[in-house]
Design a binder for this molecule. Sequence first.
Ligand SMILES: *Cc1c(COP(=O)(O)O)cnc(C)c1O
Length: 494
Amino acid sequence: MTDLSTSLKIEPTVFELSSPGRQGHSFPELDVPHAEIPKSLLRDDLPLPELAEVDVARHFTRLSQLNHGVDTGFYPLGSCTMKYNPKINEATSRLPGFANIHPLQPIETVQGAIGLMFELQEWLKEISGFAGITLQPAAGAHGELTGVLIMRAYHRARGDDRRVKMLIPDSAHGTNPASSAMSGLEIVEIPSDTRGNIDLAALRAECDETLAGIMITNPNTLGLFDENLRQVCDCVHEAGGLVYGDGANFNAIMGISRPADCGVDVLHFNLHKTFSTPHGGGGPGSGPVGVTDELAAFLPGPIAAIVEEGDDEEPPLYGLVTPEKSIGRIKAFHGHFGVMTRAYTYIMMLGGEGLRAASEHAVLNANYLQARLRDTYKIPYDRICMHEFVAEGHWEDAPDIHALDISKRLMDFGFHPPTNYFPLIVPEALMIEPTETESKETLDAFADALIQIAEEARTQPDLLQTAPHRTPVGRLDEVKAARELVLCCWLPEK
Ligand SMILES: *Cc1c(COP(=O)(O)O)cnc(C)c1O
């Protein structure tokens, strides 16, 4: 690596590119009656940028190229399942019959859309083993809140008001305690044992009559299938509690194991992760929640349903229903329909066998990478992993190098860094999730880069500490960026 240019070129904004009189639009001739716009709505002092269409196209295309995305390179961001998103998903979600409808349209005119929601619910039931599904939640964290509110409503409906305690393993994603706290529950942290499973003795000590339930992620955020899952579920159930499953890691188990069969009572899916919707940069997502028979009456409404069976000649009539003890609506209208069409397309394209193959390849890819890196990086919970694994980004003989330096240096090789410093129970964590969509060549190139970086950590540590060197912007002061956030670097002249 010779190119160490750290030159930082700040891209101009559209305002700075503006040139008076230039324009990028041409309106067709007026074909409706002319109407006056009220003077009070018109402003002369709004400094809009004036650019030709080509300037706008080049500006935004160039900006898009400064970003790393899954369409430009490998993106092994652990726990986020940044798989390649098939382009056919985009084509179907943009079909006019899906994209141009309105949630307040008469239901007879949107039968195809409600039918798609119904079928997606049915498929998610089959994949997970649950009896009821809501598609409303906007993302995984929102699904968690929904699921925990359902658990609380279930206990209250039985007059069981003492159940205020939620157990959360120390490997959990931060949204788990947040969702429980927002639902008014008290959180008790449960440690992991030396194999990365939930510590059974610690769990048993907390299973009493105040237990609302436990939130588990399986496979967990160490990428490990909890070997005690059955005992954990039994213990919680015997104490009268419920088991919440964080389904963010569903990509490891599609078509192989069903959470409902393992003793989970309520679970969220992250459609944008497992079922392929672009989600870097924050959304929109979709976090459907599945529940057992016992909890189905508490689901938020409305839910897509067949209200009149079809026959050989007539398709069924679809409608929207609200369960009798529903916790109520948790999202405007029906949720993020565009993400549902993408997930529907993805499931339909792959079929049952294809979904299973996707999970098998995701697990195979993670184990291949783990095996290639095991001699260079410490794997604190070293056993067969599922779709991801956690390595330590620190060595005793290179004490000044940290996981962050390794991540930054990886960018010079054209790779998105893995997740850093999570889960919290592994010091200097590098959480690596390759997904099923990567080839052996890509995995090898990534492993080679990490092995080279490990050597550089001993021979040229400053190369890592000052990385990245080949990105449009060099290393940022992350603390300053968070504390002194500047979202607008250009303001119009007064
Ligand atoms: C991503 C993730 C979540 C939160 O899901 P969002 O869709 O980002 O809200 C929760 N738990 C785990 C383990 C995750 O990886």
